[in-house]
Design a protein around this ligand. Structure first.
Ligand code: FA5
Length: 342
């Protein structure tokens, strides 16, 4: 009986060896595992049969079943490792990416606002203006007080402000997100004195009601000229020459009286704006005026000797007009489909 049992084990070992040899996939290996090592496998039957043997026979039958079990387990583990390595290699071969090869070409492009800014800078540098730059987190004093807008002045409400720090008594210590690029008037005059001829493009922030022509984050550029004998004629001429150079043709625009505490007199310029398929309309493009004597004084410039003009132009609105964009909020969104049109 023992010999018959040992023969069965040997037959089973031959069968398992052949079965394992024919296994070529991990799925097939799993079937092999359940057939030869699982709970319902012949191996379990062999283990159960051991108890029917005499104690002496058990000493031969037990180790024989254990060694069969170990043989099958070893065969399984070796095959598993071979198949897994092969599967990994196959996947790596498939997933391989040539990082030196360029991906499908997505052509980068300059943002329309940058286009407009560079064009403006180009026009003004050709007219002999310098380009100034300053911080977006500005002192309350540079953004308001020095521009003749004291704390109680209603004009502060004209530009709803994002305050960064307003806990100090001294407005030179409080900070705001600048509401306009006019802060660069103050910074430049304090740093360089007169005479002065500059533009300062940059991002500004207002706590605005948003619509197609108003964003909370938008771009302006400031233009400032201070010298002896500067008059409204210089202001008007500069705006006219700039708009003509920018649009590369005569542009329909109009001057209107406007109020800004830092200029006297003050005016606004509207430009005729048309988008194909929609009726044209006047759109406010810039605020301007002759620099207020108080502002010159705040910047240690003698208003009896020097005069100046300044204007602040909505660069974002200029981009709208340039590219016939009917809602300026598009310009601040990371939408590649939209941006790749330019
Ligand atoms: C000013 O910001 C003044 N600092 C301009 C100025 C400078 C006047 C120098 C006199 C001398 P205003 O708030 O009007 O003014 O803004 C100027 C331009 O920015 C507007 O004409 C408009 O073109 C643009 N603008 C204003 N608010 C928004 C907004 N929410 N979104 C987009 N563009 C705006």
């Amino acid at each position: 009986m023992l010999q018959e049992f040992l023969d069965q084990l040997s037959d089973w070992q031959t069968k398992a060896t052949a079965a394992l040899e024919s296994v070529e996939t991990l799925e097939a290996l799993m079937s092999f595992q359940s057939e030869f090592l699982g709970k319902k496998s012949a191996l379990q039957t062999f283990l159960k049969q051991i108890k029917d043997f005499s104690p002496e026979e058990k000493r031969a039958a037990g180790p024989a079943v254990q060694s069969l079990q170990q043989f099958i387990r070893d065969g399984f583990a070796t095959k598993q490792s071979v198949l897994e390595t092969a599967a990994l290699e196959a996947r790596l071969a498939e997933d391989w990416l040539d990082t030196t090869k360029s991906l499908p070409r997505v052509q980068g492009a300059m943002h329309p606002l940058s286009h407009v800014q560079y064009k403006i800078e180009d026009i003004f540098t050709r007219m002999g203006f310098q380009i100034a730059d300053g911080p977006e987190v500005e002192t309350e004093w540079n953004n308001f007080d020095a521009l003749n807008i004291p704390p109680t002045h209603p004009a502060r409400d004209m530009q709803d402000t994002f305050f960064v720090d307003r806990q100090h008594e001294d407005s030179r210590q409080n900070t705001v997100l600048r509401t306009h690029t006019s802060n660069l008037q103050i910074r430049s005059m304090l740093e360089q004195g007169a005479p002065l001829r500059l533009i300062a493009p940059g991002r500004v922030y207002r706590n605005e009601e948003l619509d197609a022509t108003h964003d909370a984050v938008f771009y302006q550029f400031e233009c400032l000229v201070v010298d002896e004998g500067i008059s409204m004629a210089h202001l008007k001429g500069t705006i006219e020459k700039f708009l003509e150079a920018f649009f590369e043709k005569p542009v329909k625009f109009r001057f209107r009286p406007g109020y800004f505490p830092f200029v006297e007199p003050g005016l606004e310029v509207d430009i005729w704006f048309e988008v194909p398929g929609k009726p044209g309309k006047w759109l406010e493009l810039l605020g301007a005026g002759m620099v207020h004597p108080e502002v010159l004084k705040n910047c240690n410039i003698d208003p009896d000797k020097y005069s100046g003009f300044a204007f602040g132009l909505g660069l974002t609105r200029l981009a709208m007009m340039t590219y016939s964009i009917d809602d300026l909020r598009w310009l601040n969104q990371p939408k590649v489909d939209f941006l790749s049109q330019f």
